[in-house]
Design a protein around this ligand. Structure first.
Ligand code: SF4
Ligand code: SF4
Length: 89
């Protein structure tokens, strides 16, 4: 899957409560920019976990679709802050 990144428009990020995840993968196709993917990591219950790539818009589609309420979604007001977060600074 290719990673699409919004060049403008809303920017955000998500925190995934990994121990709640059941690995159902519903969040993967639900993400409009396609920046969630399943990783090889597993939680303590043995379920494979999703991971976030760069380019989150903070749209909350993942939060709405997840049956286990794993997502917290944040939107950035400050685009420079969004760039720093995505660069890991
Ligand atoms: S908030 Fe939207 S863009 Fe960000 S990970 Fe969730 S579905 Fe994808
Ligand atoms: S939708 Fe929720 S439970 Fe399913 S894989 Fe995604 S984070 Fe895990």
């Amino acid at each position: 899957m290719s990673q699409k990144r919004a060049k403008s428009g809303p920017r955000g990020t998500v925190v995934i409560e990994t121990e709640r995840c059941k690995g159902c993968e519903l969040c993967i196709p639900a993400c409009p920019p396609g920046i969630l993917r399943m990783s090889p990591r597993r939680n303590a219950s043995g379920y494979l976990l999703p991971e976030l790539l760069g380019g989150c818009t903070g749209c909350s589609a993942c939060l709405m679709v997840c049956p286990d309420y794993c997502f917290e979604v944040y939107q950035f007001d400050d685009m420079a802050e969004a760039d720093r977060r995505e660069a890991g600074q």
